[in-house]
Design a protein around this ligand. Structure first.
Ligand SMILES: [Cu+2]
Length: 148
């Protein structure tokens, strides 16, 4: 009886792990020659994401079809849970996204030095993670570096 309970507990644990992993599957759209895009993909994988890599020939068409505002554009565009993730967004911010059903997506516009995948060099600059609501409004979701 004890053995049965134990194996049930193990099965439930495995289910739980599988479910958690499934939630972190992210589609990344990028240009073939984008080096910092690959660095960002590494950052995601190091933080538990399973990346489905899509090499694209027309990134601006992808951004447009996903509703990324033009002024927030960066290099790569990802999709998770139906929401867009534009640019070098930190993995922790993507993990918080499932709790924001009001948002269409989040973005780190441009390519700020020091953001995930852009760590080379010494001139790290502060940057903001912006949220875009389904109504089209923009808000600051987070600022980096995080002040303590
Ligand atoms: Cu980039």
């Amino acid at each position: 009886m004890f053995k049965l309970k134990l194996s049930l507990a193990v099965a439930l644990m495995i289910c739980g792990v599988a479910q958690a992993a499934e939630q972190l599957i992210i589609d990344v759209h990028r240009d073939a020659n984008c080096g910092c895009c690959k660095e960002w993909v590494k950052h995601l994988e190091l933080n538990g994401f399973k990346v489905v890599d899509h090499v694209e020939s027309n990134m601006s068409a992808i951004k447009q079809s996903l509703g990324v505002p033009q002024e927030l554009a960066s290099c790569h565009t990802a999709v998770i849970g139906g929401k867009f993730v534009e640019g070098h967004v930190p993995a922790d911010e993507i993990k918080k996204l499932s709790g924001r059903s009001d948002l269409a997506g989040i973005a780190v516009p441009g390519m700020p030095a020091g953001s995930p995948g852009m760590e080379y060099g010494q001139n790290h600059q502060p940057y903001k993670v912006l949220g875009v609501t389904k109504a089209g409004a923009q808000e600051v979701v987070s600022q980096y570096p995080i002040s303590r």
